[in-house]
Design a protein around this ligand. Structure first.
Ligand SMILES: Nc1ncnc2c1ncn2[C@@H]1O[C@H](COP(=O)(O)OP(=O)(O)OP(=O)(O)O)[C@@H](O)[C@H]1O
Length: 273
């Protein structure tokens, strides 16, 4: 018996071979594709995100900054592609996520302290381990408000502090921050920015930060990831390596001003395209 193959039905082409990033890469994104309502947002998008660095994501409105970090964090499904953390899948990787809207991030029925300890309890940590980690977090965040209160009894800045403490409680390998300062007043923004920098200097946790504020994006970053309009690709990646701790003086350093100017030029070039 002869087999007749239908020449119109070709088998799917094999997926492209995975190309690892250079030494020092933490997150490798390969051929990431995401469509919304039939239109591409990302199409075969590739990126290497370095380990133990803060990467700020900046780009035109609606280019997909939040969607990008949400896809990496597994909050939004991808249509196609591969995302690996040190060669591991997301489920094998400990991550933390800080939302813009802290009011909806914390569980209102739990006291603040229980919100922060929640991921540790999920991990099955003992009472003593939870207490020790809570103490470390309280010290490193200079907490001077009552953690026994419910989240809705706290100010916005205190709630965002608590949600960052919760995200950091299990010592994540990667921390995602989606506009963490945009709903905060200036004083709280400065405070939380400094605390994040302290944590980063102590732990070297890889951080991916989406920000609408260019000054803030550059101030915290080791690398500024500038995106194009959709379908979104990498416009440019700028390295910014002023020493830490960065302070108020950093803002007037020629290297800081230059990094900001360059980022703005690339941003404007992309917006006008
Ligand atoms: N669930 C969804 N359904 C349809 N379209 C969506 C959905 N989520 C996001 N989009 C679209 O995808 C694009 C990227 O959205 P996203 O919020 O990631 O962009 P962004 O760069 O973070 O935006 P902004 O600068 O406004 O904060 C936008 O055009 C948005 O309308």
């Amino acid at each position: 018996m002869s087999v007749v193959l239908n020449p119109l039905i070709a088998p799917d082409p094999p997926p492209p071979a995975f190309v690892p990033g250079p030494v020092g890469t933490h997150i490798t994104i390969r051929n990431l594709t995401k469509y919304f309502a039939g239109a591409p947002l990302y199409e075969d998008f590739n990126l290497n995100i370095p380990k133990n660095k803060i990467v700020s994501v900046f780009g035109p409105n609606g280019c997909g900054k939040s969607t990008l970090i949400n896809m990496i964090a597994g909050l939004i499904p991808i249509d196609r592609g591969e995302i690996l953390f040190d060669g591991k899948s997301l489920s094998e990787t400990k991550i933390g996520y800080v939302f813009q809207n802290y009011r909806e991030a914390l569980f209102p029925w739990m006291r603040t302290i229980d919100n922060i300890a929640y991921p540790l309890k999920l991990e099955g940590k003992s009472k003593a381990e939870v207490a020790q980690r809570m103490e470390e977090l309280i010290v490193s965040f200079d907490v001077n408000f009552d953690l026994k209160r419910y989240p809705y009894e706290l100010s916005g800045g205190q709630q965002q502090t608590a949600s960052i403490m919760r995200a950091l409680a299990p010592k994540p390998e990667v921390l995602f921050l989606d506009e963490p300062f945009s709903a905060l007043d200036f004083e709280m923004t400065l405070f939380i920015r400094e605390k994040l920098q302290d944590v980063f200097m102590q732990t070297g946790t890889t951080m991916l930060l989406v920000s609408h504020d260019l000054e803030e994006a550059v101030y915290l970053a080791d690398q500024i990831l500038l995106l194009t309009k959709r379908p979104t690709s990498v416009a440019e990646i700028l390295n910014y390596d002023d020493p830490r701790p960065r302070t108020i003086e950093t803002l007037s350093q020629p290297s800081f001003i230059e990094a900001k100017k360059l980022s703005l030029e690339i941003f404007q070039r992309e917006v006008r395209k």
